[in-house]
Design a binder for this molecule. Structure first.
Ligand code: T6T
Length: 392
């Protein structure tokens, strides 16, 4: 503002202060000088205006510059992102998040997992798209996976791959198509998504199945009195979970020199095939002492044949998976121990981790073990245990 302008304004201000201080006489004085003041104001008004006009563009530019500075990200923020952030761009979360769940097969274990996932979906306000194959088979699950990818509206997918090798390529294709994914219950590769041969799935949520197999067969060996002939009723080689349960069982039986493992059969997850195989081994080994059933249909087949053969309590049975039928066989003494996984927890956690990831959380643990409940005749009615029984 020009110096002259400043002086005029200041002197006018001083004058008005003096006038106020002087009271009545002042008023008369004011009226006398008013025209002069007015003339003075009229005189400087154009200059003031011109001066404002003059500096206006500068002020405006300055304001714009400040605004731009505030919007632009700082040097550090641009350079700082860690490696994971670069991995994949999470989906825009402006519309409802849509998460796909592809199970392994229709059985009480996955129905219970579905209920856990639905509970999480309700809690988190996301949409869940569930698909459950009728048969446990990679040739059935692969086209279902491809169809889920082809929909193009899913933001994330979690699934139980039915074979740890055969499902690597289909999942890689889904991931390459931009669909982030994690596996529940089973894994692909060796399950180590941090250092293993396959690392693109974000996480593996499921039981420690080697431990589960070990606990199951340690209990079987004890129930057999540490001696005799044992047998494993399994599903199909190549399934990460049941392969590991067999491995853990063998480790436990190896600790009992007086126990002989007389056979392992694979029932393709078909209960009637399981029954036929158990009838065959009982004929081949009439003094069989114990059977370990590695999952729902394996244990179901074994338990029903032992019961129907009147061998309840004679041939010891350990069942993996806490279906209502397994619990019934436990209550009537055919089954000695039931190992309950936590499929509802797996479904809930998978939905939660998927949602967290889509909301920008980058530190999703590559491994989330979900633990067990060991059920026997003494604790089967304890509500804290009974809650782990799978619902139909
Ligand atoms: O035992 C579960 C699951 O953990 C396994 O991967 C496959 O079989 C079940 O679904 C039970 O049928």
């Amino acid at each position: 503002m020009p110096k002259k302008m400043l002086w005029i304004v200041l002197s006018l201000f001083a004058l008005s202060v003096i006038l106020v201080a002087c009271g009545g006489q002042a008023q008369q004085a004011v009226q006398e000088v008013a025209p002069t003041v007015e003339a003075a104001v009229q005189e400087v008004a154009p200059t003031v205006e011109a001066a404002v006009q003059e500096v206006a563009p500068t002020i405006e530019t300055a304001v714009e510059e400040v605004q731009q500075e505030m919007e632009a990200p700082t040097e550090e923020a641009v350079e700082a992102p860690t490696e994971e952030v670069v991995a994949e761009e999470p989906a825009a979360v402006d519309e409802v998040i849509k998460i796909g769940f592809l199970a392994g097969v229709q059985d009480p274990f996955y129905f219970t997992m579905q209920r856990g996932a639905e509970l999480a979906a309700a809690d988190l306000g996301i949409e869940l798209v569930t698909q459950i194959p009728e048969e446990w088979n990679a040739t059935v699950q692969t086209p279902m996976l491809d169809a889920l990818v082809a929909r193009g509206d899913l933001d994330f997918l979690f699934l139980a791959p039915v074979d740890k090798e055969a499902m690597v390529a289909p999942l890689q294709a889904a991931n390459d198509a931009g669909l982030p994914l994690l596996t529940v219950d089973t894994f692909i590769g060796d399950g180590d998504y941090a250092e293993g041969p396959v690392t693109f799935p974000l996480s593996y949520i499921g039981s420690d199945n080697v431990l589960g197999g070990y606990l199951g067969c340690q209990a079987l060996a004890e129930a057999m009195g540490g001696a005799g002939k044992a047998y494993i009723q399994n599903v199909k080689p190549g399934i990460s979970t049941t392969d590991q349960r067999e491995e853990g069982c063998r480790q436990a039986l190896d600790e009992y020199p007086d126990i002989e493992l007389v056979g392992v059969d694979y029932n393709d997850d078909d209960p009637s095939k399981a029954q036929a195989q158990v009838q065959a081994i009982l004929q081949r080994e009439p003094d069989l002492g114990g059977i370990f059933g590695t999952n729902v249909f394996s244990a179901q087949g074994a338990g029903q044949v032992v019961k129907n053969s009147g061998l309840s309590g004679v041939v010891k049975v350990v069942a993996f998976d806490a279906t209502e039928l397994a619990i019934e066989l436990l209550r009537d003494g055919t089954v000695d121990l039931v190992i309950a996984q936590k499929p509802a927890d797996m479904g809930y956690l998978a939905t939660m981790m998927a949602t967290a990831y889509l909301n920008g959380v980058t530190s999703i643990p590559e491994r989330i073990p979900t633990g067990y409940a060991i059920i026997n005749q003494d604790n089967v009615d304890d509500p804290d245990i009974a809650k782990y029984i799978y619902t139909q």
